[in-house]
Design a protein around this ligand. Structure first.
Ligand code: OSB
Ligand code: MG
Length: 369
């Protein structure tokens, strides 16, 4: 594959309404759109999903930019390669920085698929035509959460994920369950608890949650395994699973029954596909996690979610859930609880240049020679 140039667009867009977690309220989203161009003018797209501050993982927009510019782009340009798989392998020489790696690796996969004139979902072995949609509710009170859930259920979402934290948990889940007795609900704690909260977490078992996402700390694979023996609600890991090795450890320990896979968090397709394979082999359920992302990352999430094992609705929502106007020409739309897979070459979406330019704060192009 011959890369002619790589462009980084740093963008910033306000959310339609603030997204509240116990760690951070997000009301404006910054991100990096990566564009990789070959000699024939074909372009592959990726998206850096690190936030402006290190509240979810240690990366930020600025650290991603630095790693992309000073480490990963030079590595891509350092020697020729035949297939996007080689880029994921090459990046293994760089420690950490999963989101920066994913942003560029995704773009190379998209370009590779476009060069083959095939959809990316097909290239990775996808089969699903309808991607199951789920949405996340993050607000600072139960009443607001009920209202948001009502709207989302009316829009057709098949599953709702509630953000919880100590003091904003049992009552919220109880209230939501009272309003929506048969709805598929899960709770995401973003590591707000410790093993000392065991009794409190056990109190959630009676509300028939599909799962509880990342109740304990990022490094707490052992503690999650101990907790799972004490609660009936399946544990789903998010922040704790960055590498296939983390996944192997979680499997050995019995730390979870479910994993949400995010391309950004795990460093791109090579790692995501290996984590997926391990989960399939060990009967761990998977679904695709969200990052309040723009259309490029949404399109990649759809490609990943066509894999057979993505049988649970993910954080897959319409572009309009967060954005007045997305940066792609055809926004992602949930209809009847699903998003149709995108059948164009690569990820199947194109940039809306006008919109992209209007939200761009900074842009830099690196040519390979
Ligand atoms: O913990 O899953 C999470 C968003 C940003 C950072 C972390 C998480 C989330 C979400 C998904 O909950 C929200 C979405 O993209 O719809
Ligand atoms: Mg989560």
């Amino acid at each position: 594959m011959k890369i002619k140039s790589i462009t980084l667009h740093v963008i910033s867009m306000p959310l339609k309404k603030p997204f509240v977690t116990h760690l951070q309220t997000v009301d404006k989203r910054e991100g990096i759109i990566v564009e990789v161009e070959d000699d024939d003018g074909l372009r592959g797209l990726g998206e850096g999903v690190a936030f402006s501050t290190p509240w979810y993982t240690e990366e930020t927009v600025k650290t991603s930019y630095h790693i992309l510019k000073d480490v990963l782009i030079p590595l891509v340009n350092s020697k020729p390669f035949q297939h996007s798989v080689e880029i994921g392998k090459r990046f293994e020489a760089v420690r950490g920085n999963a989101m920066a790696k994913a942003a560029l690796e995704m773009a190379v996969w998209d370009l590779y698929a476009r060069q083959q004139q095939t959809p990316l979902w097909k290239l990775i072995g996808g089969v699903r035509e309808d991607i199951l949609a789920g949405a996340v509710v993050g607000a600072d009170n139960a009443q607001m959460m009920v209202k948001q859930t009502e709207e989302l259920v009316n829009e057709g979402y098949q599953r709702i994920k509630l953000k919880i934290s100590p003091g904003a948990d049992v009552e919220i889940v109880k209230e939501l369950r009272r309003h929506f007795p048969a709805l598929s609900l899960l709770a995401d704690a973003n590591s707000a608890y410790s093993l000392e909260d065991k009794a409190h977490l056990q109190a959630l078992d009676e509300y028939d949650l599909e799962m509880i996402e990342q109740p304990l700390g990022i490094d707490d694979l052992v503690e999650h395994s101990l907790l799972q023996k004490e609660i009936t609600t399946p544990i789903c890991l998010d922040e704790s699973i960055i590498t296939p090795h983390d996944m192997k450890s979680a499997i050995h320990l019995g730390s979870c029954g479910v994993v949400n896979i995010k391309l950004g968090r795990v460093g791109g397709y090579l790692s995501a596909l290996e984590i997926y394979r391990l989960c399939q082999e060990h009967h761990i359920k998977v679904w695709c996690g969200g990052m309040i992302e723009f259309g490029v990352s949404r399109a990649h999430n759809l490609a990943l979610s066509t894999l057979e094992g993505f049988s649970i609705p993910g954080d897959i929502s319409s572009s309009s859930k967060y954005w007045e106007e997305d940066i792609i020409t055809s926004p992602i739309v949930v209809e009847n609880g699903v998003v149709k897979r995108l059948d164009g070459a690569g990820i199947g979406v194109e940039l809306n240049r006008k919109r992209l330019n209007s939200v761009t704060m900074m842009k830099e192009t690196f040519s390979s020679d």
